[in-house]
Design a protein around this ligand. Structure first.
Ligand code: NI
Ligand code: MN
Length: 228
């Protein structure tokens, strides 16, 4: 499977011939220059929570990809379903089988509302269990002990995508502990640098992971990574 970084917490996961976008926030990201939201093609959009830095481009992308299925917690499903989009509801602890593999919705400790202030349910993370690899997207979250339920209930992770920017989420030091809890030493960082609140020193963060015997991958925006 291939993981492409679109900046902030937005990724494209390609597996089983399907294109899966996670947390579409691109056009409002001043660090993104060469990604045309209008040209993006996808089969699925997974939403961790309703904050604008995770959904701002969702309706544009879903509008341009009429077959796309939007997957999120019940309230995210209800919000977009009422607007006429194809949706699939989940809630925490549940698995669902899609045509590329199965996905578990897991705990995230954060808040969630839509940009208009309406309730968006609770924030969540996702574990993608596919024949080409197993990847955890933590979403926006603090470090939480619930993370150690993931290796107890899911196949061994090939990659963990963790927020590292602090202020709104855990920082890279807590992400090192998170990688212990989920038992995955290969981490892709997200939710850093986009705004002044979350700027980090890349070298310091990478060195902290190295000192713990782990790998922190900070993908340049637009670049990709082969998983497993
Ligand atoms: Ni958030
Ligand atoms: Mn966020």
């Amino acid at each position: 499977m291939k993981l492409t970084y679109y900046g902030h917490s937005c990724f494209l996961l390609e597996t089983g011939g399907k294109r899966i976008i996670i947390d579409p926030f691109i056009s409002g990201n001043t660090l993104v220059h060469d990604i045309d939201v209008k040209k993006l093609r996808c089969d699925y959009i997974f939403v961790t929570h309703g904050h604008s830095d995770h959904v701002a481009d969702l309706e544009t992308i879903a509008g341009n990809n009429p077959e796309t299925l939007i997957v999120g917690i019940w309230e995210v499903h209800a919000h977009y379903n009422a607007k006429g989009f194809n949706t699939h509801p989940m809630n925490k602890g549940g698995w669902w089988g899609f045509d590329f593999g199965r996905v578990k919705m897991v705990t995230a400790v954060h808040s969630s509302s839509f940009p208009d202030g309406t309730y968006a349910g609770e924030p969540a993370g996702f574990v993608f269990d596919t024949p080409e690899g197993v990847v955890y997207f933590a979403g926006d979250t603090a470090l939480t002990r619930d993370m150690d339920l993931i290796p107890m209930t899911c196949p061994k992770l090939d990659l963990a995508v963790l927020p590292i920017g602090s202020n709104f989420t855990m920082d890279y030091n807590d992400a090192i502990i998170a990688s212990d809890l989920v038992r995955c030493d290969r981490v892709v960082g997200c939710h850093y640098d986009t705004f002044g609140y979350i700027k980090i020193d890349h070298k310091v963060a990478e060195d902290a992971f190295l000192a713990a015997g782990k790998e922190l991958v900070l993908l340049p925006i637009g670049s990709d990574l082969q998983v497993s």
